[in-house]
Design a binder for this molecule. Structure first.
Ligand code: BYC
Length: 483
């Protein structure tokens, strides 16, 4: 390994990429910085910008001690450029350049493809911050508020990570793309964010938790695939981003888990045995399990769309070029070229959903999606353990992959959560049974009352088992009024 673990804090932009010796890129990034801060102040968290937030900041890339925790005002967060350590003997692991030295520069023939991948990845980062910007106002505790802001500043850092690649390796058009990343807006009719799920609203904290569970998990899968890239700077960037990403999924999984825990506890205390008696459960001021299921249905299906089409020549081209691999590519035992291999893909055949073998190369998105679904299912099992432990007869499930889709094989049909094909009339009749309705939204919104006393939690969510950075239960994670 070459030593790239030192992080330089002498420049305005902390980094371990020797920015000081690269005046062109340093200048480009310093020019981009004010626009970023402007975006953060207008599109980042609404309020709390002068509060002191107990945040972790990446200060090293040593896996054993890469972050430090301290109070910081969000606009003063040290957004830095950190790449995982360079491995001196790294080889391209797949595709037609398999076995060659990884690239330290962009190969001319793949410039457009690489730029596209980096821009799409980069676009999702600010988009999620925009989607979540109003949530600080209704945080169910200071602990949750801090977690939200932690996720937000790190998504901001991930934007910096992609902008660095654009500025460093793509010259003028890279600079233009970097500007574009600050110009698009989540949900905007004229200049929306690039991928569907990032233009959806995140109206409440349950959506936030579902998003960080399901959509950040797509982030994990995509980053894992890009971490395999033959373009070494992209690989190293993604490997370090994955270190931070784990906390985001923790926020989602435990957030939903704590919601479930509180619901079950309230039901038991009140002697409500039937989880489908929605009115009785809601009267307790907690979120009923069927509504949690609907939220999961929504966020899972939106996140599946982020994998692109099941059968995709783009994905095949990315793979063959050595730019984007499979999940844990190097651990898979095959030829890593996939020229003759096949992979089973779910398809609509004569009005039936069936599995059909497709060339494995064009089925790369499907394979990644399968890995993703398995990963989600493990998390859902952990939620079900909480329900089971409380003795409540209810099980959360993942809906069928054909349910509520807007991209790929199932985009032009309607299916139920258990994968039955439906007529439009059936869909319209049952839609509100499967996806959050306006009434569900209104009910959840009614619970979103802020709770800002240290150590206290809104009545719909349980306290976490342990604090962040092992802090005690009444720790003041956000000092709201500190100027
Ligand atoms: N919405 O061959 P196809 C994260 C487009 S999340 C809109 O089917 P391909 C995060 C596609 O761009 C991870 N458009 O699929 C999470 C293409 O357009 P062009 C983000 C879509 O290209 C939480 C056309 O349809 N990173 O990090 O193999 C918080 C045909 O495409 C969508 C990445 O996604 C959609 N859902 O795959 C914060 C990694 N799906 O080129 C952050 C980089 C497809 O014909 N991106 N299209 O105009 C990629 O690898 C690929 O672009 C995709 C699409 C996997 C997204």
């Amino acid at each position: 390994m070459l030593d790239t673990t030192q992080v330089d804090y002498s420049t305005k932009i902390p980094n371990n990429v020797s920015l000081n010796e690269d005046q062109r890129v340093l200048k480009a990034l310093e020019q981009w910085h004010p626009g970023y801060i402007d975006w953060w102040m207008t599109m980042g968290p609404d309020g709390f910008q002068t509060s002191q937030v107990y945040l972790r900041t990446a200060v090293s890339i040593d896996p054993k001690g890469w972050a430090k925790f301290d109070y910081v005002r969000m606009p003063e967060y040290r957004w830095g450029i950190l790449l995982a350590a360079r491995q001196s003997d790294r080889k391209i692991a797949f595709g037609k350049h398999k076995g060659d030295e990884v690239w330290q520069d962009v190969p001319g023939e793949y410039r457009a493809m690489l730029r596209r991948l980096i821009v799409v990845q980069g676009d999702t980062e600010p988009a999620s911050v925009e989607q979540q910007r109003h949530l600080g106002q209704t945080a169910p505790s200071l602990y949750d508020m801090r977690n939200l802001f932690q996720v937000n500043v790190e998504e901001g850092r991930h934007l910096w990570a992609m902008v660095y690649l654009l500025q460093k390796y793509f010259g003028r058009d890279g600079r233009e793309e970097a500007e574009g990343l600050l110009e698009r807006r989540s949900g905007d009719a004229d200049k929306p964010r690039m991928l569907g799920a990032f233009n959806e609203a995140t109206p409440d904290w349950l959506s936030f938790f579902m998003f960080t569970f399901f959509t950040d998990r797509d982030g994990k899968m995509q980053l894992e695939s890009l971490a395999q890239s033959g373009f070494d700077p992209l690989s190293r960037t993604c490997r370090f981003m994955l270190t931070e990403e784990a906390h985001h999924m923790f926020v989602g999984e435990t957030g939903v888990g704590r919601t479930i825990e509180r619901t079950c506890e309230a039901m038991k205390d009140a002697g409500v045995d039937d989880p489908t008696d929605i009115n009785a459960v809601r009267a307790l001021g907690v979120i009923d399990l069927p509504t949690l299921q609907k939220k999961a249905n929504l966020h899972f299906s939106l996140s599946l769309d982020l994998f692109g089409s099941e059968v995709s020549t783009n994905a095949a081209n990315y793979y063959t070029a050595g730019l984007k691999g499979r999940f844990r590519e190097t651990k898979i035992e095959d030829d890593h070229e996939l020229t003759g291999a096949t992979y089973p893909v779910s398809k609509l055949v004569d009005g039936q959903i069936e599995m059909a073998d497709e060339p494995a190369l064009t089925a790369i998105n499907m394979r990644l999606r399968d890995d993703y679904v398995a990963d989600c299912a493990r998390g859902v099992d952990r939620w079900n353990k909480v329900i089971e432990k409380a003795g409540i007869p209810f099980k959360l499930t993942l809906p069928h992959v054909a349910f509520h889709r807007h991209i790929g094989e199932f985009q032009n049909m309607k299916a139920s959560p258990d994968g039955r094909l439906l007529t439009d009339a059936e869909w319209t009749r049952h839609k509100d049974d499967w996806l959050p309705s306006n009434d569900d939204g209104d009910f959840i919104a009614s619970l979103m009352q802020p709770c800002r006393d240290p150590g206290r939690f809104a009545p719909w969510i349980a306290a976490p088992k342990v604090g962040i950075d092992n802090k005690p239960g009444d720790f003041e994670y956000v000092r709201i009024h500190q100027e």
